[in-house]
Ligand binder design. Structure first.
Ligand code: ADP
Length: 401
């Protein structure tokens, strides 16, 4: 292995995903995830050279212990000398960051400050950055922001119908998330279309546990379904997506919910889980439909798919032309049922599905699922880690001139 590699770190509140990637070839040398951090059950799973190993972590069971484990693992595998940088996924970059950024003390201070807008995410992203700084003394650390790609949205798309001072003084606006994924699949779609990205207009549907739809016009994000937080937009695994804001007051004033209980209801108890009263996992709901003829599961799936289709159709107002619809994320890449129901609602936009192509594309495959006469409809597996590695390596190369 002669090429340089980037260690990509994606820190969540109780988990830490990592992978070591060569940005030029896209080769992934090792990857893994630490889970149940901050509990005595904390463990780390590592995939390396085709095998997987799971190891219990030691006290204090925190992100630093996980990062130290990764450092030791890389050393023992003879990989550590090739690590040229550490790239971090950072959820909220506010309006300050529209590009990947080399981390220094002032960048860390702004990430901390932006914790006001993403209290569940930015503070833990900083924990990952601090742990990596300690473990990889002297290596450049780069922040790649989930919000950055959407900073090209025009004000008509990002300003809410609220008093303007809330935006000016408190930054209350649409930011959008999953930017790295939307960016990646849009660029891959441009290649598929044989057009420069600057002339490519697509709608990308990232459907995973969190779901968001983005309108990309001539290569730039011009609207996206998530907002100030990742709660807005389509129905998700456990999040409600858009609801009448009046429901919040009704819950508090008439049904005696506390603000915390409303927060938990909308973020953790709603979406596929809340409607189905079964699971937040798309597979479980699909199985109930296909194997048990469960009509409630069927209704849940209809709501989920209709909302995605409605969001896609609304973006006709945002685009100058429409080259393709792209599905990605765990559901978008694997669920032919979801794709079929979404596309069926979009016949008026010129989209028709080839059912055989649709059922054939799953489990990491990419390809076309529309008929030859239809506007192009693609499935493209996302690769956020690769984008973080590539962008980290590019910014460092620029800095080093
Ligand atoms: P995250 O947002 O956490 O990265 P993923 O992108 O991995 O999540 O997506 C998780 C979702 O993908 C789950 O709802 C899961 O049910 C769904 N999914 C994964 N594999 C399949 C499959 N074969 N068929 C249908 N849905 C699937």
């Amino acid at each position: 292995m002669s090429e340089q590699t980037v260690l990509v770190i994606n820190c969540g509140s109780s988990s830490l995903k990592f992978s070591l990637i060569a940005p030029d070839s896209g080769e992934q040398f090792v990857s893994g995830v630490a889970e149940r951090l901050l509990t005595e059950q904390a463990f780390i799973k590592v995939s390396y050279q085709g095998s997987k190993q799971q190891t219990a972590l030691t006290e204090p069971f925190d992100h630093q212990v996980a990062v130290n484990f990764i450092v030791d693992f890389l050393q023992q595998a003879g990989l550590s000398e090739k690590v040229s940088a550490v790239g971090h996924r950072v959820v909220h970059g506010g309006e300050s960051y529209s590009q990947p950024t080399i981390i220094d003390d002032s960048v860390k201070a702004s990430i901390a400050d932006l914790g006001k807008l993403a209290p569940l995410h930015n503070p833990v992203n900083l924990i990952g950055i601090d742990a990596a700084e300690k473990a990889f003394d002297g290596l450049m650390q780069v922040a790649v922001f989930d919000t950055a790609f959407h900073q090209t949205m025009p004000s008509k798309a990002f300003i809410y119908g609220l008093p303007y001072h809330l935006y000016k003084q408190h930054g209350i606006r649409r930011y959008g998330f999953h930017g790295t994924s939307h960016y990646f699949v849009a660029n891959q779609a441009a290649k598929e279309l044989g057009k420069p990205i600057e002339q490519t207009s697509v709608i990308t549907a990232h459907l995973g546990n969190g779901c968001s739809v983005t309108a990309i016009d001539n290569g730039q994000s011009v609207d996206t379904s998530m907002g100030l937080t990742p709660l807005e937009g389509v129905v998700m695994g456990t999040r409600s997506g858009d609801i009448d804001p009046g429901i919040v007051f009704h819950l508090i004033e008439q049904l005696n919910y506390s603000p915390d209980a409303v927060n938990s209801l909308l973020n953790k108890e709603s979406g596929l889980l809340g409607i189905s009263q079964m699971s937040n996992d798309c597979r479980t709901i699909e199985d109930a439909i296909l194997e048990d003829n469960d009509t409630h599961a069927d209704m849940t799936m209809d709501i989920f798919c209709y909302r995605i289709a409605k969001s896609i159709a609304s973006y006709m107002a945002a685009l100058t032309h429409f080259d393709a619809l792209v599905f990605t994320g765990g559901i978008g890449e694997n669920s032919d049922l979801v794709r079929s129901r979404v596309v069926r609602s979009l016949a008026l936009l010129g989209l028709t599905l080839d059912e055989q192509r649709n059922t054939d594309i799953r489990f990491g495959k990419r390809g076309i699922i529309s008929t030859d006469e239809s506007v192009l409809c693609l499935v493209i597996p996302t690769n956020e880690e690769l984008v973080i590695a590539m962008q980290s390596s590019d910014i460092i190369a620029k800095q080093q001139g």
